[in-house]
Design a protein around this ligand. Structure first.
Ligand code: IMP
Ligand code: MG
Length: 166
């Protein structure tokens, strides 16, 4: 569905925009585990910035299945205090929007200097709550996908491409 070369192009474009916007600022990237681990690793290596911190949060929204629980739970919190920092949330994919919505609420309450969102993929058709996406790699059709960090019941994260489930 999306070959590695195409993903690389999207990651590069996102990194260029982010590097420009955070030129004279500190940047705290908060990757949402587990899905964002490959995207985050590729993204930070394309950033032309020096003042970067990297942290992660683990949020579970689906459990075993492909239907959103609509009640994302924090399973592991970040370790850097985001207060006064320019925070950018890094997601693999935005689907119903519930994960981003609750993450934004949680992080806003911790008083970052600024708060923005970045996602490699978005299934706009599936959105149930409106969430701001400041940096979007690409919109995809409404199909379950895996690879490049994304899983189906914990399988398929290792593929270098994003592919639809058969
Ligand atoms: P949301 O809360 O419905 O926006 O769900 C977002 C989360 O659901 C993402 O961070 C993914 O972990 C997971 N997710 C949504 N769609 C897919 C998919 O097609 N493949 C794998 N994971 C997905
Ligand atoms: Mg996820």
């Amino acid at each position: 569905m999306i070959p590695p070369e195409e993903i690389r192009e999207h990651v590069k474009k996102l990194a260029q925009r982010i590097s420009k916007d955070y030129k004279d600022k500190n940047l705290l990237l908060v990757g949402i585990l587990k899905g964002s681990f490959i995207f985050m690793a590729d993204l930070v290596r394309e950033l032309d910035l020096d003042d970067i911190e990297i942290d992660f949060m683990k949020v579970t929204s689906y459990g075993e299945g492909t239907e959103s629980s609509r009640e994302p739970k924090i399973e592991a919190d970040m370790s850097i205090n985001p207060q006064g920092r320019h925070v950018l949330i890094v997601e693999d994919i935005v689907d119903t929007g519930y994960s981003f919505k609750s993450l934004l609420e949680i992080l806003k309450a911790r008083h970052p200097a600024s708060l923005k969102t970045c996602t490699l993929l978005s299934k706009s058709e599936r959105r149930e709550v409106e969430v701001p996406i400041d940096y979007l790699g690409m919109s995809i059709e409404n199909r379950w996908v895996e690879g490049y960090g994304l899983d189906t019941n914990e399988r398929g994260r290792q593929y270098p491409f994003v592919g639809a489930r058969k």
